[in-house]
Design a protein around this ligand. Structure first.
Ligand SMILES: C[S@@+](CC[C@H](N)C(=O)[O-])C[C@H]1O[C@@H](n2cnc3c(N)ncnc32)[C@H](O)[C@@H]1O
Length: 466
C-alpha cells in the first residue's frame, strides 16, 4: 500500500522543477560572463601568476611555454555536452579554442581517446570533419548521439508519448523477459527501480520512430542509471558503500527520467539547429588508439585527453549503464584489458622490473617497483601504450599537423608520476617537435577521485609533426 503511494508520478511537479533549474542556469550564465574583458592576470594564494580566462577563449590568446591558465567554463552542459556525465571530460571551450586555432574549416580532426566526444561536437560546430576513436562501445554510442541532430517535431511527439507512458506506469506492466540479467543486479538496484528501469527501456524500444530518436532517449535513460542505483554517485569506482550516501525511493527512476528528457530535449534542439549538414563525424568501432586504421597522412589535427595510469577505470565506471544498454552482460575483463592505463595485469607480467627508456620515468617506475611491483608494471605499460599511440598519430597526421595532448600528473604509491614530461620525451623520440606547453588549472571536477590521486593541473602539449 505504502509503495503504491509513490505512483503515479506527478508531471506538473517535475516540469516546474526542471523549469526552475533551467531558469537558474540561464541567469547564472548571463550574470557571470564578461564577454569583452574576459582575460585577466591574477595571483593565486601561493603568489603564482595565472592568466584567468572567463568563458570563450580568444583564438589568438598569447601563449608562452609554462604559462598557467585558469579557464572558467560556462558551457559544460550546453547543447549536447550536457546530455551525460563522463569522467575527465573536456570543458568545451578548450577543444573549441584549440580546433579554431590550429585547423581550418573542412579540415579533418581526430581524437584517438574520444570519450564522450567533446572534441567531435566542437569540431562539428566549427565545421571540421572528425573521427573519434574509443575502445568502449558505451562511449561510442554516447558520442554518436551527441553529434546526431534530430528533427524537432519528432522529438516533441515522442516526448509527449513517453511522458504519458511514465505517468501510466504500473509494476505489473513489466514482464520477466523485459529485465536484463547481469552480475549483482539485485545488489546494485532496489527491486522497484529494476522494474521502472525495465519499463522505461521497453517504452523507448517500442517507440514508433527512427533509431536516432530512440538512441537519444536511451542516452537520457543511461544518464539517470547511476543516480537511482545503490552505488556512490560521486566515485569513479562504481561501488556500493556500507552506508549509502543517498536515498533512492520507488518512482525515482520514472521521475528522474522525466526530468532528464525535459532537460535534454531543449539542449538537443539547440544543437540540431546549429549543426551543419555537410560535415561528417565518424566513430569507427574496430579501432584502438594504438591501432588507427587510417592511411598515412590523413588528418590535419589530432587533439585528445588520454586516460591516466592508475586513475579512472572506465569499464567499471560505466558498467551499470553498459549492462542496461546491452553493451555488457558479464565480465568486464576483456574491455578492461584493452584500456590504456589498464590495471588488469598478471603476476607473470609484473614480477620483473620493466623500464621504458626515459630516464626520469624509469627512476619513478623503479621507486614504485620497490614498493609495489604490480603498480610499477601498470605505470610502465601505460607509457608503452602511450608510445604506441604517439607513433600511430604521428603516422596518420599530415606533415606540419599538430597533436595536442591534454594530460595531468597523478600519484602512484605516493610517487608523483609526471605523465606530461614522459609523454613529451616519448613524442620527441617519435619525431614530434614540441611547439608549446602550458598549464590549465582545474577548478571543477564532477567526480571525486580518491584524494591521494587527485589531478590538479592539466598540461597542454602542442606537438608538431615535422
Ligand atoms: C579522459 S577520457 C577522454 C574524455 C574526452 N576528452 C571527453 O571530453 O569526453 C579517455 C578515454 O580513453 C578511452 N580509452 C582507453 N583506452 C583506449 C584505447 N586503447 N583506445 C581508444 N580509447 C581508449 C577511454 O574509454 C576513455 O573514454
Amino acid at each position: 500500500m505504502q509503495i503504491l503511494n509513490y505512483y503515479p508520478i506527478c508531471l506538473d511537479e517535475i516540469e516546474a522543477k526542471v523549469a526552475k533549474k533551467m531558469k537558474r542556469n540561464s541567469t547564472q550564465k548571463c550574470e557571470d560572463v564578461e564577454p569583452l574583458d574576459n582575460v585577466k592576470e591574477i595571483t593565486n594564494r601561493f603568489g603564482e601568476k595565472i592568466i584567468r580566462v572567463d568563458g570563450e577563449i580568444p583564438v589568438d590568446l598569447p601563449i608562452n611555454n609554462e604559462d598557467r591558465f585558469l579557464f572558467i567554463s560556462y558551457d559544460q552542459s550546453s547543447l549536447t555536452h550536457g546530455l551525460h556525465k563522463y569522467p575527465a571530460k573536456f570543458f568545451p571551450e578548450l577543444p573549441r579554442w584549440l580546433i579554431k586555432r590550429y585547423s581550418k574549416e573542412k579540415d579533418l580532426v581526430i581524437d584517438p581517446f574520444t570519450g564522450s566526444a567533446t572534441t567531435n561536437v566542437e569540431a562539428l560546430l566549427a565545421r571540421r570533419h572528425s573521427v573519434g576513436i574509443d575502445i568502449s562501445p558505451f562511449s561510442r554510442f554516447l558520442a554518436k548521439v551527441k553529434v546526431t541532430p534530430i528533427d524537432e517535431e519528432e522529438l516533441e511527439r515522442c516526448k509527449k508519448r513517453i511522458l504519458r507512458l511514465l505517468v501510466n506506469y504500473r509494476p505489473d506492466k513489466v514482464a520477466v523477459e523485459d529485465i536484463p540479467t547481469f552480475p549483482y543486479r539485485d545488489n546494485w538496484f532496489n527491486k522497484e527501480i529494476i522494474l521502472e528501469l525495465a519499463y522505461i527501456k521497453k517504452c523507448i524500444e517500442n517507440l514508433d520512430t527512427n533509431d536516432d530518436v530512440k538512441d537519444f532517449f536511451k542516452i537520457c535513460f543511461s544518464s539517470i542509471i547511476r543516480s537511482v542505483s545503490n552505488a556512490d554517485d560521486n566515485c569513479t569506482r562504481t561501488v556500493i558503500r556500507k552506508r549509502l550516501n543517498k536515498v533512492v525511493n520507488p518512482s525515482d527512476a520514472l521521475r528522474r527520467f522525466a526530468e532528464a528528457i525535459l532537460t535534454n530535449i531543449p539542449k538537443m534542439m539547440e544543437f540540431s539547429n546549429l549543426c551543419p549538414k555537410d560535415i561528417t563525424t565518424i566513430f569507427p568501432g574496430d579501432m584502438d588508439a594504438r591501432n588507427i586504421k587510417y592511411e598515412n597522412e590523413t588528418f590535419d589535427l589530432a587533439l585528445t585527453s588520454p586516460p591516466y595510469a592508475n586513475a579512472v577505470d572506465y569499464p567499471r565506471m560505466h558498467q551499470l549503464e553498459a549492462y542496461w544498454l546491452g553493451f555488457a552482460n558479464g565480465s568486464l575483463l576483456p574491455l578492461k584489458k584493452k584500456q590504456v592505463g589498464t590495471e588488469s595485469v598478471t603476476v607473470k607480467e609484473y614480477k620483473d622490473l620493466h623500464l621504458i627508456g626515459i630516464e626520469e620515468a624509469d627512476k619513478v617506475i623503479t621507486r614504485i617497483y620497490n614498493k609495489d611491483p604490480r603498480r610499477a608494471y601498470i605505470a610502465y605499460k601505460y607509457l608503452l601504450d602511450m608510445q604506441m599511440n604517439l607513433k600511430e598519430v604521428y603516422r596518420v597526421l599530415k606533415s606540419n599537423g599538430r597533436y595536442i595532448i591534454v594530460v595531468g600528473n597523478n600519484k602512484i604509491r605516493g610517487e608523483i608520476f609526471e605523465n606530461w614530461k614522459y609523454i613529451i620525451a616519448m613524442a620527441e623520440k617519435t619525431g614530434f617537435v614540441l611547439e608549446n606547453y602550458f598549464a590549465s588549472e582545474i577548478i571543477k571536477h564532477f567526480i571525486k577521485v580518491p584524494r591521494e590521486e587527485r589531478i590538479d593541473t592539466d598540461w597542454i602539449l602542442v606537438l608538431i609533426k615535422k
